[in-house]
Unconditional design. Sequence first.
Length: 194
Amino acid sequence: MGSTQQPRRGNTRQRIQDVALELFAEHGYEKTSLREISEKLDVTKAALYYHFKTKEDILVSIFEDLNRPLEELIAWGKEQPRSLETKKELLARYSDALIDAAPLFRFLQENQAAMRDLSIGETSKRRFMELLDLLKDPEAALADQVRCVSALFSMHAGMFVLKDSDAEIEDRRKAILEVAVDLVTQAHSPGPAR
């Protein structure tokens, strides 16, 4: 039976974003031109310009689309008690966002130098730090703060390192989340011996 899925609004915009991100990750942001993006899409540069004037416009739009759910997650987290259950829920929701943003994280890993020069690099860093602040307790022992920081970094590292794994993406997501939750749980465990 064929798919009855309706085309998404902004489908052309989404196709441009997907192809640009693929080329940015494959060839590098600096080495990818709008001409290459339009050729891969099999559209004219004029058609591409209708949606985006520059490569940075494309990249900013990708980050803005990703930013909305993460801003909502951070806002939600700020309204919750600083409990272990809240932190587990933050990690679970962030895990879902990371799966949706896997191509973007590949781009970030491969284009760190270019990101430093773009305004969205600062926005991404700020968002990451806000999420980190929700996970770690500044009053906790230093080792426990490190565990919470490590939980978030292990989610990013796991997504990148396991990207070529033979495991199904959902199995990878669950394994990465399990490790992150274990770290945060350890940070909340009472007693000096861990």
